[in-house]
Design a protein around this ligand. Structure first.
Ligand code: NAD
Length: 316
C-alpha cells in the first residue's frame, strides 16, 4: 500500500459496471488504475473521474500481460452483451481465458487479492430454478453463446486452480442481469433496449412471447456486493451469486417501461434467439449469509434513474 491508499486495478474499468466500480473505489479513498481496451467501454463513462489525482487510465488489452504494482484486482474486462461478445467470438474467449491467466499471473507476482466478474451465464439454460451456486449448469459448448459462457466457466476454473495450486486470494462473483446508467444504448440488452425504444417512440421488440423471466439488479446494489465480497476473509472464495431475485417476465418489463415513460410504443414480437434462457433468477442465500447483502433498489427506483440517464443522453 502506497501513501496509505490501497492501489486497486479495475480491468474493464471504462465499461458500464467498471465505471461505477471505479467511482465507488475512489469515493472510498483508494488509488484506482483503470485498464481498458475500449472495445465496449468509452472514455465518456469515466470522463468525470479524469481530474481526480488518484484515478489513472491505461489503454490495455488483458489478453496481454500487465506489469503493475497493485494490492487488489477487479477483473471485469470482457464484453457482456451478446451483440458485442458475438462480434468477435474468438477474441471473447481469449479475453476471458487469456485475460484471467494474465490477471491471475499478476496477482500471484504481486500478492494481490483478485475478484472475477463471473456470470449467471455459467449456468447456461438452467434445469433448476432458482440457481444455487452448486448447480453445475447446462451450457451448449458449441452454440453462439459458448464463447462467453464457456470462456467465463474456464476463467472460474483458472481462478480455483490458482487458489488451490498457488494459494491465491480469490473472490468469484456470479453476476446476474444488472442495469443502470451508462449501459450502452444499442447493445441489445433488454433494459436499455426497451428504454431507448420507448423514449424514441419506436416499437418495443420482444423476443419469443415475452413469458421468459429475468431478474434485474440495480448497478449500485451490485457494486456494494463486489466491495463486500472483496472484504471477506481469505477463506471466502465464492462463487457467490449476486443479483436481485425479484423475477419478472420480459413482457412485464416492457409494459412497466412503457408506463413509466408514458410512451406510445407498441410491442412487436420476434423469434427467440438460439440458446436464449427461459428463466433466470439467482438464489442469493449465500450472499445474504456471507455478505449480509441483498439488493435494495426497487425496479421502479432503478428504472427511474436509468430512464433519466437515457433521456439526458438521447436528449429526449
Ligand atoms: N452487466 C451485467 O448484467 C453483467 C452480468 C454478468 C456478468 N457481467 C460481467 O461484468 C463485467 C463487466 O460487464 P459490463 O456490463 O460492464 O460490460 P461492458 O461491455 O460495459 O464492460 C466491459 C469492459 O471491458 C472492456 N474490455 C473488453 N475486452 C477487453 C480486453 N480484452 N482488454 C481490456 N478491456 C476489455 C470493454 O472495453 C469494457 O469497458 C464483464 O466481465 C461481464 O461479463 C456483467
Amino acid at each position: 500500500m502506497k501513501y496509505g491508499r490501497k492501489r486497486v486495478l479495475v480491468t474493464g474499468g471504462a465499461g458500464f459496471l467498471g465505471s461505477h466500480l471505479c467511482e465507488r473505489l475512489l469515493a472510498e479513498g483508494n488509488d484506482v488504475l483503470c485498464a481498458d481496451n475500449f472495445f465496449t467501454g468509452t472514455k465518456e463513462n469515466i470522463a468525470h473521474l479524469m481530474g481526480n489525482p488518484y484515478f489513472e487510465l491505461m489503454r490495455h488489452d488483458v489478453t496481454f500481460p500487465l506489469y503493475v504494482e497493485v494490492d487488489e484486482i477487479y477483473n471485469l474486462a470482457c464484453p457482456a452483451s451478446p451483440i458485442h461478445y458475438q462480434r468477435d467470438p474468438v477474441q471473447t474467449t481469449k479475453t476471458s481465458v487469456h485475460g484471467a491467466i494474465n490477471m491471475l499471473g499478476l496477482a500471484k507476482r504481486v500478492g494481490a487479492k483478485i475478484f472475477q466478474a463471473s456470470t449467471s451465464e455459467v449456468y447456461g439454460d438452467p434445469e433448476v430454478h432458482p440457481q444455487t451456486e452448486d448447480y453445475r449448469g447446462s451450457v451448449n459448448p458449441i452454440g453462439p453463446r459458448a464463447c462467453y459462457d464457456e470462456g467465463k466457466r474456464c476463467a472460474e476454473t483458472l481462478f480455483f486452480d490458482y487458489f488451490r495450486q498457488h494459494a491465491l486470494r480469490i473472490k468469484v462473483g456470479r453476476i446476474f442481469n444488472t442495469y443502470g446508467p451508462r449501459m450502452h444504448p444499442n447493445d441489445g440488452r433488454v433494459v436499455s433496449n426497451f428504454i431507448v425504444q420507448a423514449l424514441e417512440g419506436r416499437p418495443i421488440t420482444l423476443y419469443g412471447d415475452g413469458s421468459q423471466t429475468r431478474s434485474f439488479c440495480y448497478v449500485d446494489d451490485l457494486i456494494e456486493a463486489f466491495i463486500r465480497l472483496m472484504a471477506t476473509p481469505d477463506d471466502v472464495t465464492g462463487p457467490i451469486n449476486i443479483g436481485n431475485p425479484q423475477e419478472i417476465t420480459v413482457r412485464q418489463l416492457a409494459e412497466t417501461v412503457i408506463a413509466m415513460i408514458g410512451s406510445k410504443s407498441e410491442i412487436v414480437y420476434h423469434p427467440l434467439p438460439a440458446d436464449d434462457p427461459m428463466q433466470r433468477k439467482p438464489d442469493i442465500s449465500l450472499a445474504r449469509a456471507t455478505l449480509g447483502w441483498e439488493a435494495k433498489a426497487s425496479l421502479e427506483e432503478g428504472l427511474g434513474r436509468t430512464i433519466a440517464y437515457f433521456q439526458a443522453r438521447l436528449g429526449t
